[in-house]
Design a protein around this ligand. Structure first.
Ligand code: ZN
Length: 306
């Protein structure tokens, strides 16, 4: 035992002396490296742990061993959740509009009142078929019954507006107007996630308290310039003829997707849209229409000599 121990000690001593000699010969050798690294410098670099602590003045950071993955499409950052708002430009707030004044392009806004109902889905199908959008003035009572339909209206790119809860024609107190309009606004938001500053008074009545309250609350009161009287269910051809004969750029058309069977309206819209498209019209929502008027005014203002 004793002899073996002495022999081992001798070998150890030799190794230590050898190491010291090598250290003297290669004073810059990093202490963390093993002996193999000295013989093969390229291997040595590869063996350095990527996030270790190599002497910075000696070694470049090693290249990563992992093959780079194919260029990934950057993941889009989710937009901050902001409610959709159907609001016309500020100059129209608290105002009554019948049509927009647009001379530099042919645009028209179809509007549908008294939904959402099962009839709304038929109108939506026609709009989608022709890649057109419209504005739907909804009743709170129907929104409560058909929130999913309202959701589809907005999802398809249409605008939504407030048409009160009960569709009263009689004079109302400010308290009733507030209940009718505010609660409908709440249900527009609940069903679609959208807020709207578009208001259409039931029956187009401007003097029974609703329009005054809506104006006070910053809504734009949206009337119309073309009324084909579709509510009384004339033949589809008559509705279509009425709209086509009165069509002008900036017009707002009154139609209905509630209040009973709207088959004639659905058929009329199926005829109106392709005909007007042939004439060069585009179909836009009421907020888009009013924005176009605001933009055109701005551009004309810019062109005026100073
Ligand atoms: Zn109505």
């Amino acid at each position: 035992m004793k002899t073996k121990f002495t022999k081992k000690s001798c070998i150890k001593t030799a190794i230590v002396i050898g190491s010291i000699s090598l250290s003297l010969l290669f004073p810059d050798r990093p202490k963390s490296l093993n002996s193999n690294s000295l013989a093969e410098p390229s291997k040595r670099i590869a063996q350095i742990p990527p996030f270790g602590n190599p002497p910075p003045h000696l070694l470049k950071p090693p290249k990563p061993q992992i093959q780079p993955s194919p260029a990934a499409t950057p993941t889009p950052q989710p937009a901050a959740a902001q409610p959709l708002v159907f609001a016309p430009p500020t100059q129209f707030r608290s105002q009554i509009v019948y049509k927009a004044s647009i001379s530099d392009s042919k645009v028209i806004a179809l509007t549908f009142d008294d939904g959402p109902t099962a009839e709304t889905l038929k109108i939506l199908a026609v709009l989608q078929k022709h890649n057109a959008v419209a504005t739907f003035f909804c009743l709170g009572a129907n929104l409560r019954e058909n929130p999913e339909i309202a959701k589809q209206v907005v999802k398809a790119g249409n605008a939504i507006g407030n048409h009160t809860w009960h569709h009263f024609y009689h004079n109302v107190t400010e308290k009733t107007a507030s209940d009718e309009i505010d609660n409908t606004g709440v249900h527009i938001y609940r069903s679609t996630g959208a807020k709207s500053l578009l208001f259409r008074p039931p029956g187009g009545r401007l003097n029974n308290g609703f329009a005054d309250y809506a104006k006070k609350k910053n809504y734009v009161v949206v009337m119309w310039s073309i009324d084909p009287k579709d509510f009384s269910q004339p033949p589809a051809a008559a509705i279509a003829r009425s709209v086509l004969s009165q069509a002008t750029s900036g017009a707002i058309v009154l139609l209905h997707d509630g209040g009973g069977d709207r088959q004639q309206t659905v058929e009329a819209v199926s005829a109106i849209i392709p005909k007007l498209k042939q004439q060069g019209y585009r179909f836009v929502t009421v907020p888009q229409l009013l924005q176009m008027q605001a933009d055109q005014k701005q551009q004309n203002g810019d062109r005026k000599p100073k």
